[in-house]
Design a protein around this ligand. Structure first.
Ligand code: HEM
Ligand code: HEM
Length: 466
């Protein structure tokens, strides 16, 4: 072990606490257990950490919380697994059984459900934290890529889990969600059949989703997670600003991981577990009547995390809304560390003072522009009517896309000329704009779309009965 990671000599108090002999050897079984635990912890963390990187405001504990949620999901998932059969209609009956007759079954199901949904929110917030502190730049680009892959897998785990209760909500959300796959050029139909295991959502889909859900996806996530942690360490620990204090202070203050960091992490994990348990006791996971393929709800909506995508489909030709735009966004996120490289502002929230103002500006513009565009497109713009002879891929896809991209390009050149924004601030501005726009589309899709996917205020939403 190098000097940086070697453990300091144990003090007399540490020897007593850890049940060590004066030579530093464990004196009994508890001492040996303690040594195993410590060495496990020191595989994840370095022996010492910088005091400044322990501040909550550096990470908000979001990566750690995502890891805790994964552990809760794994543990509750195993209990659910033992009481669940992936068959039609048994799956639904098993959920009723879990909710009523399995010891703590309902609590465990609620915990699994809410942890899964929270994991999406936490992973995205963690991504935002990493993004706004520029922590994806070299040498951390690989960890960024692994993170993006984990986020996609977390969405995959949520999506496959969604079908398992086999109620109306599950059946129709997965029907709408998987219909997006059919728009993939050339292989769309084949891909949909492969995923569904047939022409439509049915018993084979349930079996496919179940096997993906309980083995393939969680195994890869856990594998990547271990590598992700190791890389944080390998890349030199958490990102801290290279500016002011750090350069003036060549030897930043450091403390031992055990107990300083580990105690904080333990209290954090305990508090979150208690909060999640309380929430799961009070708020049940949704469950509707058994899936009925003959009775479609109106509106039929995808799971909430895909509602932004479903909203895009209402405004664009499916090829553009479901394939071109999401692919461009995913490529943009994946390649970010390769074109936004400035090492100077790494660790500084929002890059600079100007970066902070530009982010606020981008969020403000997106808050006004996105709902305005949705309303305009809903009630005024009608490209297919105005360009009746054009192929709809152009009239309802590429032209509206160009109409949206043009103001974005103008905004970009405006901040360059008027605010003298550099590349990293421009990336921050555009990303903040697009991200806010996507959140607004998701909110509109979840709360403001009613029967026939028309726009309604949530408090005026008509109830459709069948
Ligand atoms: C299951 C999902 C994830 C887990 C469990 C996880 C866990 C962690 C943990 C524990 C850390 C160190 C502490 C912290 O920053 O909070 C970390 C750092 C990091 N994560 Fe994640 N992460 C996940 C998803 C992601 C995603 C979606 C991204 C980005 C696309 C990402 C990129 C990074 C990067 C670049 C670092 C290093 C940050 C730095 O040095 O400041 N991770 N992750
Ligand atoms: C990333 C990890 C995971 C996520 C995001 C996730 C997500 C979900 C979701 C959203 C549901 C539907 C819950 C409901 O509304 O009833 C579900 C159900 C289920 N999950 Fe997971 N899960 C994960 C890991 C696991 C693991 C590791 C197992 C098994 C070892 C598992 C087993 C199950 C079972 C058996 C069900 C059906 C019971 C039910 O719906 O309550 N899950 N999962």
């Amino acid at each position: 072990m190098d000097e940086k990671n070697s453990l300091p000599e144990p003090s007399i108090f540490e020897r007593m606490r850890n049940r060590l002999t004066p030579e530093g050897i464990p004196s009994d079984d508890r001492g040996r257990m303690r040594m195993v635990m410590d060495s496990l912890i020191l595989h994840i963390h370095p022996a010492k950490v910088e005091v400044s990187s322990m501040k909550w405001t550096y990470t908000w504990g979001l990566g750690g919380l995502a890891a805790l949620l994964m552990i809760i999901l794994g543990l509750t998932g195993i209990v659910l697994l033992n009481n669940y059969t992936p068959a039609v209609p048994q799956a639904y009956l098993d959920i009723l059984e879990i909710n009523s007759n399995v010891w703590f079954g309902e609590l465990i199901r609620n915990l699994h459900h809410w942890s899964a949904n929270l994991l999406i929110v936490v992973s995205v917030l963690h991504l935002i934290r990493v993004f706004v502190t520029g922590a994806y730049r070299p040498p951390r680009e690989l960890n960024w890529l692994i993170g993006v892959a984990m986020l996609l897998l977390v969405l995959g785990a949520n999506f496959t889990g969604y079908l398992l209760p086999w109620d109306q909500l599950a059946y129709w959300a997965i029907t709408v969600g998987t219909s997006i796959l059919s728009y993939v050029p050339l292989i769309g139909q084949w891909l949909t059949r492969l995923v569904l295991g047939g022409p439509e959502v049915g018993a084979n889909t349930l079996l496919n989703f179940y096997s993906m859900h309980i083995s393939f996806i969680p195994l890869i996530i856990f594998g990547l997670m271990s590598y992700h942690f190791w890389r944080v360490r390998k890349d030199g620990g958490l990102t801290v600003p290279k500016s002011s204090k750090q350069t003036e202070d060549p030897k930043p203050e450091r403390v031992t991981t055990i107990p300083h960091l580990v105690h904080r992490e333990f209290i954090f994990a305990l508090a979150w577990t208690a909060a999640l348990l309380t929430f799961a006791m009070l708020v049940p996971a949704p469950l509707e009547g058994i899936a009925n393929p003959a009775m479609s709800p109106n509106p039929a909506k995808a799971p909430w995390y895909f509602m932004g995508l479903q909203e895009l489909l209402l405004h664009f030709h499916p090829l553009v809304g479901a394939i071109v735009i999401p692919s461009l966004v995913i490529i943009g996120i994946f390649t970010l560390p390769f074109f936004d490289l400035n090492p100077k502002s790494v660790g500084v929230y929002f890059r600079s003072r100007r970066g902070r103002s530009l982010t606020l500006l981008a969020v403000g513009i997106a808050l006004i522009a996105t709902p305005s565009w949705v309303l305009l497109d809903e009630y005024v713009l009608n490209w297919t009517l105005w360009l009746p002879t054009w192929n709809t891929l152009f009239s309802n896809g590429l032209i509206p896309l160009a109409v949206i991209l043009l103001p974005l390009l103008l905004l970009d050149s405006w901040i360059q000329n008027s605010f003298k924004a550099d590349t990293e601030e421009r990336v921050l501005f555009i990303a903040s704009f697009l991200f806010t726009a996507f959140i607004i589309l998701t909110v509109i899709g979840i709360f403001f779309r009613g029967p026939g996917m028309s726009l309604y205020f949530p408090w005026n939403m008509p109830i459709v009965t069948h």
